[in-house]
Write a protein that binds this ligand. Structure first.
Ligand code: ADP
Length: 445
């Protein structure tokens, strides 16, 4: 096992990784920008190094500064967390060149899966169902219109290099498709430095179900069942749960087996997630692969009892997986609410500022992953996620009741947060029935 690693991230995920390191007896080095100086979680790491100004391009996204911090502190490995450099294959390659282990998959797998058009092709090869769509970047507006006529509207234009729910445009007819085409290309170039876009059938009333994978260097690969992330706003997850309330045990097996086939075809190593869309007719289709630890990983940890971050560290250090598929079961039901510093009453605009009141929920079945506390100043510079509230109970009904009372206990003031909207969502009849799709939040609120 490693004796010392660096965490190239901030906030709740940096703290999550510090915690795993401490329990495993690994020394951790945290990095911070000027905006995060003095944050309490930094003092929980064994060392903390300033890597630059508040602007992420000058700090958390700055590869030379992170590599320098790693070299100065003499670490053996870097954990990238999620976001920032986590899915940057070039960063993984530079780590390899500098003889620092990257805690994640190989850069080759990241490059392959980071291009959604290539990932789609791989899914087809691995006999994983995909939605009808293009197999190469679209070269012109006319080609897009022709494809759309073949696969029939509605269709969705997506960026090959896309992520974070950005760069997607739905078209219900040729006019809106043509209107969206160039804007989508420009947006893809600007946001992801790759103008390639492709077209796919838009699946209405879809559910988002994803499968957690762990794979080691010597060919062992297991799945840790699924998470249902259908509650989304602007294609971004809001509430996640496991198991999915929408799968029969047969469909669940099929989905997990498909995920394993795909991960094997990509020669995938470490923790990863294979995302699927599930149609109203209970057919599933490949979405994309996330080559990192996910924000919503705790729901899987709660139902399986397996610590995903610890396994990421062990796998990166070359340890074989000791988990056997037949021993991985889910127990009970877990739900996670993402707590963002955003104002739900003002179109979810970010709400940075100082926290004066912070009363955390607790009691049986409650887990809170957060780096904030009373007196913490939320920077307007970074993502507005300030914590994740996770509950784990015997069944879904009890988990919903537990989440309701945990949200009721949670007080964060004076900033606005998504606690209130999460409360409304989990109390909603449709959610309680388990009958929601990816458009539910936008239709209802
Ligand atoms: P990103 O990498 O930006 O998160 P994804 O491909 O994972 O993009 O898609 C995010 C979400 O967008 C999905 O969970 C789903 O809600 C929606 N989506 C993407 N493609 C389709 C599609 N073909 N039909 C319906 N919804 C889609």
């Amino acid at each position: 096992m490693f004796s010392k690693i660096l965490i190239a991230n901030r906030g709740e995920i940096a703290l999550r990784i510090i915690r795993a390191c401490r329990e495993l007896g690994i020394q951790s080095v945290a990095v911070f920008s000027e905006a995060d100086r003095g944050a309490h979680y930094l003092s929980l790491a064994d060392e903390a190094v300033c890597i630059g100004p508040a602007d992420a391009t000058e700090s958390y996204l700055n590869i030379p500064r992170i590599i320098s911090a790693a070299e100065i502190t003499n670490v053996e490995a870097i954990h990238p967390g999620y976001g920032f450099l986590a899915e940057n294959a070039q960063f993984a390659e530079i780590c390899r060149d500098c003889k620092i282990h990257f805690i994640g998959p190989d850069p080759e797998a990241m490059t392959l899966l980071g291009d959604k058009i290539q990932a789609r092709k791989l899914a087809i090869k691995a006999k994983v169902p995909v939605l009808p769509g293009s197999e190469a970047p679209l070269s012109s507006e006319d080609e897009a219109a022709q494809m759309a006529a073949e696969i029939e509207y509605p269709v969705i234009l997506k960026a090959a290099g896309g992520g974070g729910g950005r760069g997607m445009r739905i078209a219900h007819n040729e006019m809106s498709l043509r209107a969206a085409f160039h804007a989508a290309q420009n947006e893809a170039q600007q946001a992801f430095k790759n103008p390639d876009i492709y077209i796919e059938k838009y699946l209405e009333q879809a559910r988002h179900v994803e499968v957690q994978i762990l794979a080691d260097r010597v060919g062992n690969i297991v799945h840790l069942w699924e998470r249902d992330c259908s509650l989304q706003r602007r294609h971004q997850k809001v509430i996640e749960e496991s198991p999915s309330p929408s799968l029969s045990s047969d469909l669940r097996e099929q989905l997990c087996k498909a995920a394993i086939r795909l991960a094997k075809a990509a020669k995938y190593v470490n923790a990863g997630t294979v995302e699927f869309l599930l149609g109203p007719k209970k057919k599933f289709y490949f979405g994309e692969v996330n080559t990192r630890i996910q924000v919503e990983h705790p729901v899987t940890e709660m139902v399986t009892g397996i610590d995903l971050v610890k396994w990421q560290l062990r796998i990166a250090a070359g340890e074989p997986l000791k988990l056997r598929q037949k021993d991985i079961h889910t127990k009970g039901h877990a739900i996670e609410c993402r707590i963002n510093a955003e104002d739900p009453e003002s179109n979810f605009t970010p709400c940075p500022g100082r926290i004066d009141t912070f009363i955390a929920p607790g009691g049986p079945g409650v887990r809170l992953d957060t780096h904030v506390y009373r007196g913490y100043e939320i920077s307007p510079r970074y993502d507005s996620l300030i914590g994740k509230l996770i509950v784990h109970k015997k069944n879904r009904t009890e988990a919903i009741a537990c989440m309701k009372r945990a949200l009721h206990e949670f007080k964060i003031e004076p900033i606005k947060t998504t606690v209130s909207i999460c409360q409304e969502i989990i109390s909603h009849r449709q959610f309680v029935k388990g009958k929601v799709d990816t458009g539910f939040i936008e239709r209802t609120w």
